[in-house]
Design a protein around this ligand. Structure first.
Ligand SMILES: NC(=O)c1ccc[n+]([C@@H]2O[C@H](COP(=O)([O-])OP(=O)(O)OC[C@H]3O[C@@H](n4cnc5c(N)ncnc54)[C@H](O)[C@@H]3O)[C@@H](O)[C@H]2O)c1
Length: 248
């Protein structure tokens, strides 16, 4: 029996990167996959096909996770298509870095809305569904900088600290209904999000990592699979760092 057999997972922002790796890993463990992204273009369609090739149902939905109404309507559509939702991964995220002195209101609002409000939107939409099913696993994608802070990322760090507080509060609110909520705090993971960093910055990061390498999206997907599955049936309200020891 595969770890996620019979379960339906919703993953936001999963056309590429960490979200895509999570979708593929969940599918390889038997879960049906509904994923969202801003657009389901050629790339998103290819992701949908890669997931379906693992023998599960897969569908990509174009939806802006930061928009309350869109999140609610896409969740309703997913329930219509898949019948249930057992796992929610709030993964959609962006950076708009800058020092506080130069940060614009727009940079602040965009990052808070896409990284944090999106999770509120989706958790708000799936809560009645998971309560009715008397079970579910919610996973918020945080970051090590949500715990440690980072110069030049006050908006991003605040959004990720928010993801941790949100997961812990949901764990307390919904634990008696069998719904678990946890956060993953990845460190330096090699994706499009980090590709833009200079070689000097990457080398500086690597020095701070005891395992001496950047993480892969698959490293994060393995932790997500543990949290999504019944292997973590007594784990809720926790933050699992997936960072090669960068944060302890
Ligand atoms: N890469 C890292 O080092 C790292 C470290 C810690 C945390 N994270 C977090 O992991 C998550 C995934 O990061 P990644 O590295 O795969 O990034 P990525 O940029 O490669 O992928 C992010 C995906 O989210 C989608 N997206 C952006 N805004 C959206 C919106 N409003 N609605 C729906 N989808 C949207 C993008 O289109 C993209 O497909 C993010 O929350 C990020 O903050 C990443």
């Amino acid at each position: 029996m595969k770890l996620l057999e019979g379960k339906v997972a919703v993953i936001t922002g999963a056309a590429r990167g960490i979200g895509k790796a999570i979708a593929l890993k969940f599918a390889s463990e038997g879960a049906d996959i509904a994923f969202t992204d801003l657009a389901i273009d050629e790339n998103g369609k290819a992701t949908e096909q890669e997931i379906a090739a693992l023998g599960v149902r897969a569908k990509g939905y174009a939806s802006n996770a930061a928009n309350f109404e869109e999140a609610h309507s896409v969740v309703a559509e997913i329930v219509k298509d898949f019948g249930r939702i057992d796992i929610l991964v709030n993964n959609a995220g962006i950076t708009r870095d800058g020092l506080m002195m130069r940060m614009t209101e727009q940079q602040w609002d965009m990052v808070i809305n896409v990284n944090l409000k999106s999770a509120f939107n989706f958790i708000h939409a799936v809560t009645p569904i998971m309560m009715k099913q008397k079970g579910g696993s919610i996973i918020n994608m945080a970051s090590v900088v949500g715990v440690s802070g980072n110069a030049g990322q006050c908006n991003y760090s605040a959004s990720k600290a928010g993801m941790i507080g949100l997961a812990k509060s949901i764990a307390k609110e919904l634990g008696s209904r069998g719904v678990r909520a946890n956060a993953i705090a990845p460190g330096f993971i090699i994706t499009d999000m980090t590709a833009a960093l200079s070689d000097e910055v990457k080398a500086e990061w690597a020095k701070q990592i005891p395992l001496r390498r950047g993480g892969t999206p698959e490293d994060v997907a393995n932790v997500a699979t543990f949290l999504a599955s019944d292997l973590s049936s007594y784990v809720t309200g926790q933050v699992i760092h997936c960072c090669g020891g960068m944060n302890m």
